[in-house]
Design a binder for this molecule. Structure first.
Ligand SMILES: Cc1cc2nc3c(=O)[nH]c(=O)nc-3n(C[C@H](O)[C@H](O)[C@H](O)COP(=O)(O)O)c2cc1C
Length: 271
């Protein structure tokens, strides 16, 4: 069976599928009915645009892909004003309620996130999800342990100047690394080339989470340590050969932000 099938009974040879294909591999046949030549199948990114844009439901992708159950939700209910306010209102959360995050909720967020864009639709992003607050705390402790060792050594690191202050905060009983978050998601992948896709996926996670009542914070300090400190890598326990991409804290915000803080104006060259 060819990777993409075209139903000649339904197809009206309108040509939309050919125009919309990102890699221009859907060619019209002599009768106008399109086809994907076998020698081009390897270039198909399985993006599904041909199937999704066909006005006559004449196209099927014959590869495993998981569409949402409600395939035709009315997204016009979210108007641009509401969405702009929603995006402007998203904030990093650093104080969480002492309340676990349900795995089921993270799964629902990931159900949105798996539709985030990725280069050539490779969808390389994988997830390590921690919903045990004690496990998150362990990661904070290992990060501080690494920072303490670094601060006491004569090693060089671009973030060295902040390590003593973070260690002091930890010694005072605070958690400046994971902020006592009850949950954490860590995007990872087969190799470093998926990094941009992971950041896009996490950005999507960051945006979707508040609609589920959850708050997030990018965990940059944890990531700095996780790339360097073997005991921390071992605690994260990724399968062999996998690369950590970036972590994000997750939990229920303890405090409500009552205003949208200011930000720089968009810096644009208009042409
Ligand atoms: C890549 C990246 C890494 C970050 N790492 C940390 C971190 O380690 N700790 C922290 O408290 N905030 C971290 N943040 C959050 C930023 O400080 C925050 O996004 C910024 O101050 C703007 O605030 P807002 O997200 O509430 O708009 C990080 C943000 C990004 C994008």
């Amino acid at each position: 069976m060819s990777l993409i099938s075209f139903d000649p009974e339904k197809c009206t040879a309108c040509g939309i599928c050919s125009q919309i294909c990102p890699v221009n591999i859907i060619l019209p046949g002599e009768d106008g009915i399109p086809s994907l030549p076998a020698e081009y199948e390897a270039f198909c990114s399985r993006c599904g645009h041909c199937e999704a844009s066909c006005p006559h439901d004449a196209i099927r992708g014959n590869y495993p892909a998981f569409a949402p159950a409600d395939n035709a939700a009315d997204t016009t209910k979210i108007n641009s004003e509401v969405l702009t306010k929603y995006v402007q209102s998203r904030r990093s959360i650093r104080v969480f309620k002492d309340m676990p995050v349900e795995k089921e909720k993270i799964a629902r967020i990931l159900e949105a996130v798996r539709f985030a864009p990725s280069g050539v639709n490779a969808q390389p992003v994988k997830w390590l999800v921690i919903t045990d607050a004690a496990e998150v705390k362990k990661l904070s402790a290992l990060t501080i342990e690494w920072m303490r060792r670094m601060a006491e050594s004569d090693a060089e690191h671009p973030f060295m100047p902040i390590f003593p202050a973070l260690v002091a905060l930890s010694d005072a009983g605070l958690d400046p690394i994971c902020r006592n978050a009850p949950g954490l998601v860590y995007a990872y992948g087969e190799n470093a080339t998926g990094y941009t896709d992971s950041i896009i996926a996490l950005t999507t996670f960051d945006l979707v989470a508040p609609s589920f009542g959850l708050g997030t914070c990018w965990a940059g300090l944890l990531h700095i340590a996780a790339q360097e400190y073997q005991p921390l890598k071992e605690a994260l326990g990724l399968p062999e050969g996998q690369v950590l991409q970036y972590p994000m804290l997750v939990g229920y915000p303890k405090y409500k932000l009552r205003k949208i803080p200011g930000r720089k104006q968009a810096d644009v060259i208009w042409k």
